[in-house]
Structures are given as C-alpha cells and as structure tokens.
Design a protein around this ligand. Structure first.
Ligand code: SF4
Length: 379
C-alpha cells in the first residue's frame, strides 16, 4: 500500500513497507551519488557555549553563571586550528549558542573584553583569522541569521548551516523542548533558510527527530527544506539527527527514536528531497549506523580526529580507519570531502573569491579533498 505525499511540484509516493521504502531510497542514492560515502575531516571549535535559548535536549549550553561558560579567545581558536591542521583536517566548524549577548550580561562582558559588542562580528573576525593564518576552510553554525549577519559572514565562510530541526510550533508550548526559545520559532528558521539562499550561501540544514514531533510534521519539514532548495539551489546537505537522551537534560526521560524510526525518516528524506542534496546521518549517535547506508545516506558529516562532539560529548567519533573498513564491508568507498560540495565550486557565485581560492587549493579533480588522508593512514 502506498501513501501519497503532498508536493505541489512533483508529488512523491512513499512506500509504506519498510523494505520497499529503504529500497527506493537506496536506489535514488545509488543513481545520484553512487557507492561513495563521504565525510569531512574537521576540527570543531565551540566559540561560545552561552546561548539565549534553553532547548530541553541541549547539553552544549552552559549557564552564564557557571565557571564552564566561556567565549574562546583568538589564541584558543588558533590553537585548535593548528591541532586540526596537524591531523590533516580541511574544515574548521564554528559552533556556538545563539545570540547570547542579547540575554546574558556574562556574554556581553566576555565580548567586551575581546573588544566586541556582537557575537556575529567576533565570529566574522575569527573566520578571517582562520582563513588568513591557517590552511582550513571555516564553516559556520550560528543558528538564525539576519540579512546583515549573512552578508557579514559570507565573505569569510566557505559554507554555513543551521538545523531546521522541526516545523512544529506545538513544541514551543510550555513543557515542550522549545518553550521560551525565540530562535526555535519555525518561521524564523525557515526565513534563515531562504535568506541564505537569496545570498547564495552553500547551506547545511536538517531535522532533529524524536523530540515530540509527529511523522507528518517531519515530512512537512522535509518538504519545506526542499521547497527552499528549489527556489535557490543552495541546500548542499540535509542531516537527519536522532535525539539522544542524556542524564543532565530536561528531556532525560524522553524516549529515543528507534533504529527503524531513524531508517524510515532517512529513507523518506532521500525520496522527498531533490537528489542533488547530500543526505547525512551522524555515525557516532548509533552503534548500528552502518544500517543508515541501506536507507539512502551518502555522507557521515564531520568527523574529528582532534576534538570531541561538543553537542553529544558522550558519543565518541568512530575511528576513521575503522569506519572506512565498515563502509568497504557494506560495499561503499569512504572518501573525504570538503565543507563545500563539488557542485558549488563549478562556477556560479556561491563562494567568495578568497574562499574559492582556498577551496580550489584543497580540492582534487572530482571536487573532493585532494589529500585523502585516511587512505594514506590505512596503507
Ligand atoms: S540546542 Fe542550540 S539553540 Fe538550543 S540551547 Fe543548545 S545551543 Fe542554544
């Protein structure tokens, strides 16, 4: 039995039986991405762990009164970048809480000590520092952004990202994971997706599943992402991330999505989204991540040989050589990509000239990383 999916431009049918759903998704992946699965070798830089939001599943954020709350200094950013370079990373991912200075005096004071009043201005200068002083490509995960902020960051960031997470407004009600989180208003996040497209920014987004959204809301979110991509052509990848229970979060007793739920969502994403959008699921949030290959993914996202996953610190990255061996066993070749996908390098105006020069220096003929470091490590 098939369920018709609403889509004004090209209605897509989602097979209901799991095997059929996975088979269709894998067929689309094989046609458009082949049997190559990619990852980005990157160093993660949590520029600040303060945030004006208070999502019920977040372990990244620290209370501004806590001794662990901080803003990294330029020296600390450079030290992390150097460690990444030494381990063959090509990307430096800035992750940070959203606009903490609008809510917390500690954030305003920390920025003032560094000579800034706005986190985005500091982030811009840290991206420029990385571009000028290292061989790495900055990628920015700064959440919702205004037109002016996107303009500010675009010349110094190779790509940017913001998880849409969900389009459910219900989750903002009292008791919900997004209660009192101004940056989690779905309309604000959808606006950021569109603004990034209008400004020709290669953009990463995705869903966080299992936080209380319905299946229909998940599909609605995927259709919304695809619609933004059809308007602007800028969505380079979509991440399907599973909620993880942790002891120290408000949602400590909330059930995690099952593997089947994850596989169904990944496969639905592969069928709904334009085939040129890379589909990614993180390999460190399920011991059974190799099963994701059977649901249509073609990318594992960022893996760091240097830093922990600051968003899910209790889950270690897989060792890259081990992941390469597991992929080979499943019939896939693991290849290292850059933060920007190849199609954005082929002309057009998606990458600013100084960043494009760096991208071109790091890319091989196919647009993936010229230096496939893990292959050298395996030999
Ligand atoms: S998930 Fe992101 S937006 Fe929400 S509290 Fe954590 S850092 Fe802030």
């Amino acid at each position: 039995m098939n369920m018709p999916m609403p889509d004004a431009d090209s209605p897509r049918i989602l097979p209901q039986h799991l095997d059929d759903l996975l088979g269709e998704a894998a067929r689309i992946r094989d046609t458009h991405w082949g049997r190559t699965v990619t990852y980005s070798r990157k160093v993660f830089v949590p520029l600040t762990n303060m945030c004006r939001d208070t999502c019920g599943y977040c372990t990244f954020v620290k209370d501004p009164g806590s001794p662990q709350a901080n803003i990294m200094t330029p020296d600390q950013v450079l030290a992390s970048a150097r460690r990444g370079e030494a381990e063959g990373c090509k990307e430096l991912l800035f992750s940070l809480g959203e606009k903490p200075e609008l809510r917390h005096e500690a954030a305003r004071a920390g920025l003032a000590r560094l000579g800034y009043t706005r986190m985005t201005a500091y982030l811009r200068d840290m991206c420029a520092l990385v571009l000028n002083e290292t061989s790495l490509l900055p990628h920015v995960n700064a959440g919702t952004l205004t037109d002016a902020e996107l303009e500010e960051l675009r010349p110094v960031a190779a790509s940017m990202g913001m998880m849409l997470e969900t389009v459910s407004r219900r989750l903002m009600r009292k008791g919900g994971p997004h209660h009192a989180c101004p940056d989690k208003v779905p309309l604000q996040r959808l606006r950021t997706l569109d603004r990034a497209g209008l400004r020709r920014v290669p953009f990463t987004t995705g869903l966080l599943i299992g936080i209380g959204e319905t299946w229909a809301e998940r599909l609605e979110a995927l259709h919304a992402i695809d619609a933004a991509h059809r308007r602007h052509g800028h969505i380079q990848e979509v991440i399907i991330q599973n909620f993880q229970r942790k002891p120290d979060i408000a949602m400590a007793n909330h059930p995690e999505p099952s593997l089947e739920d994850m596989l169904r969502t990944i496969a639905a994403a592969r069928i709904i989204l334009s085939p040129d959008i890379s589909l990614q699921a993180p390999p460190n949030l399920s011991a059974r991540h190799i099963a994701y290959l059977g649901a249509g993914i073609n990318d594992w996202g960022g893996i760091s040989p240097v830093t922990i996953d600051f968003i899910n610190p209790q889950h270690e990255w897989p060792e890259i050589r081990t992941l390469a061996a597991s992929c080979a066993e499943a019939g896939f070749e693991l290849r290292e990509r850059l933060t920007v996908y190849p199609r954005f390098m082929q002309g057009g105006d998606f990458i600013s000239p100084p960043v494009l020069a760096r991208v071109s220096a790091l890319a091989g003929a196919e647009g993936l990383a010229r230096d496939q470091r893990h292959i050298g490590e395996v030999q």
